[in-house]
Design a protein around this ligand. Structure first.
Ligand code: PSU
Ligand code: MN
Length: 303
């Protein structure tokens, strides 16, 4: 039996932009349905979409909507996702099952990359990628493996601070995923400006990123390229504040016996509480910042 490749359902504006080869930026929905609590998830969606548009590109939130993989959410669907009303977390391996179940699924970085590959979207903005977890042998986000095999530029503030960042950087090197500092020489710490981990590459303009990307693709490389930038300085949280909250959150997760896909949402929610919302403001600011950069890169890539 042969398998036909699926065409994704798109909202009219996204379909038109893709049709004319215009600039389109993918946005994940797991950050909305699992990562940030209401009402902050609504603010994140609004600010990210506006930033992409202001940069001259079309935003495309990816999700499985009642079993249908979609680019762009109609407003009633977006409301259901923001209310987190029965919306499951969907990584790459969960896509087919969520479709067969007719479920609502919020896509992680890994699942969003898979959807980008199907639709030809080349630029994707997120907050922080998943990676190698601390003190948890074999808990490594599927984001890493999908980054290794999906040719998409991903803008982010590095990997989430809850992770083992040196190990995550090593894995990205092994997997052949370039990690480019945008206006920085160091890996940012998601909520904080720097981890002190030195990167092997730095670029300072959207045009320079577009040139490097074209070369990467011309070489037949099929991996993603991570473009990392620190959160806006006025919203960044000092490293020691983040570390203290993270250590406490990790201990709470261990005590509560949290496993598998529930680990990341648990830790993010716990840190939000422990930092009295300071981390939320940083998270919102960096999401908007990364969406704007992705829009600028997409615009630089589209003829
Ligand atoms: N970073 C955030 N908020 C999030 C996530 C990352 O600040 O909600 C989500 C992303 O969708 C990422 C996922 O792909 O967490 C990783 O989950 P896991 O570690 O289970 O692969
Ligand atoms: Mn995991």
């Amino acid at each position: 039996m042969s398998h036909q490749t699926l065409r994704l359902r798109s909202t009219a504006d996204i379909a038109a932009a893709l049709e004319r080869g215009g600039a389109v930026v993918a946005l994940e929905s797991s950050v909305l349905a699992q990562g940030l609590l209401p009402p902050f998830n609504r603010e994140a969606a609004t600010r990210m979409m506006r930033a992409v548009e202001e940069a001259g590109a079309t935003p495309a939130v990816t999700a499985i909507v009642r079993g249908v993989p979609q680019l762009g959410l109609e407003s009633d669907d977006l409301e259901r996702f923001l209310a987190r009303d029965g919306v499951r977390k969907v990584s790459a391996r969960d896509l087919g099952i969520a479709m067969a179940d007719g479920a609502d699924g919020a896509t992680t970085v890994a699942a969003t990359l898979a959807m980008c590959a199907l639709s030809g979207i080349e630029v994707f903005a997120t907050g922080g990628i998943g990676g190698v977890h601390r003190d948890a042998p074999f808990d490594e986000s599927a984001d890493l493996v999908e980054l290794a095999r999906t040719p998409v530029i991903v803008t982010c503030a590095g990997a989430k601070s809850i992770l083992d960042l040196p190990a995550t950087l090593e894995r990205l090197e092994t997997l052949g995923v370039p990690v480019v500092g945008y206006g920085t020489d160091d890996l940012p710490g998601f909520f904080s400006v720097s981890t002190g981990l030195r990167l092997s590459a730095r670029l300072d303009t959207p045009a320079a990123v577009a040139r490097a990307w074209k070369a990467h693709r011309a070489l037949g490389r099929t991996s993603a390229m991570l473009v990392v930038q620190p959160p806006p300085a006025e919203h960044a949280v000092p490293v020691d504040v983040v570390e203290q909250a993270t250590a406490a959150a990790l201990a709470a997760a261990r005590d509560a016996g949290i496993r598998g896909a529930a680990v990341t949402p648990f830790l993010l929610a716990d840190i939000q509480q422990r930092t009295n919302g300071r981390s939320v403001q940083a998270n919102l600011a960096l999401l908007e910042h990364n969406a704007r950069l992705a829009g600028q890169i997409a615009a630089a890539l589209s003829p």
